[in-house]
Write a new protein. Sequence first.
Length: 339
Amino acid sequence: MSTMDRRHFIKVVAATSAAAATGLYQAQAHAAEITLKFANNLPISHPMNIRAKEMAQKIADQSKGRIDFQIYPNNQLGTDSDMLSQIRSGAIDFFTLSPLILGTLVPSAQISGVGFAFKDYGQVWAAMDGDLGAHVRGQIAKTTVFAFDKIWENGYRQITTSNRPINSPADLKGLKIRVPTSPLWTSMFRAFDSSPTSINFSEVYSALQTKIVEAQENPLALLTTAKLYEVQKYVSMTNHMWDGFWFLANKQKWDKIPKDLQDIITANVNAAALVQRDDVKKLNDGVMVELKQKGLVFNAPNNEQFRDKLRSAGFYTEWHKKFGDEAWAMLEKYTGKLA
């Protein structure tokens, strides 16, 4: 499959409706030597789960049925916080998580999400496949989990609101905006004088619907797959941070898997990540027309004024101190000077 269009999603959703009803993809029906659980927070129609399903089948085939790689999408095993606890304890074997939320366990993981840092994908992939990504993986490996080499894609994040477009930093003042459970996210929006509220993704739709918050921020693809267009009106193309998903594994469970099977899993996880990156970019690039047809109003603010606001608020200086000179130098190696 070379493209990820809406028609393909409809076919996939129809083909996997039975799996969605049970909350489980299974690569094979017969008993396997090893059963592995992979949980995530995304809808089954998202490219992550489409590619993960293909990946699971390849793992089953290449292992000659020794591995049953099961996929639990759409927060079916709990919130991000719940699943982070489960991957640490070994209750689940694999989990994909934003680096910024992972920052609650590994503070340096958040560095890839520094606001308005990466200006384009050339900078993103050079950093995450290079020294910065290696540094973060090294820090993650000091815990009970580790991250595979290739980070998966979520995309540049945009701000959506129910009551007004965001054209300048002044428009963010007092805005009640949902953010994931991450110190860096909260810090950035406080620097804009907003009122950020940490809410797990599974509760975002209802929080917007009931006006607990009036805004949220996510890549465009999630506006479609999670139907957030039903409870938002304006989309401001801020590109305020890039976000991905580290593919995490529980180290204790991983160490029990024979080396030949580890090699099969590793090769397929990393290969799927590379294809999924392209899928998500194409999807994010292509859904704007669809979202406009659903009534969303788009605008494109000048990002430099937002960077200036973060500089004057001391945001970059604060996080430089928190991450340390070594990590910050790795970030600026790819982004250029931020503070």
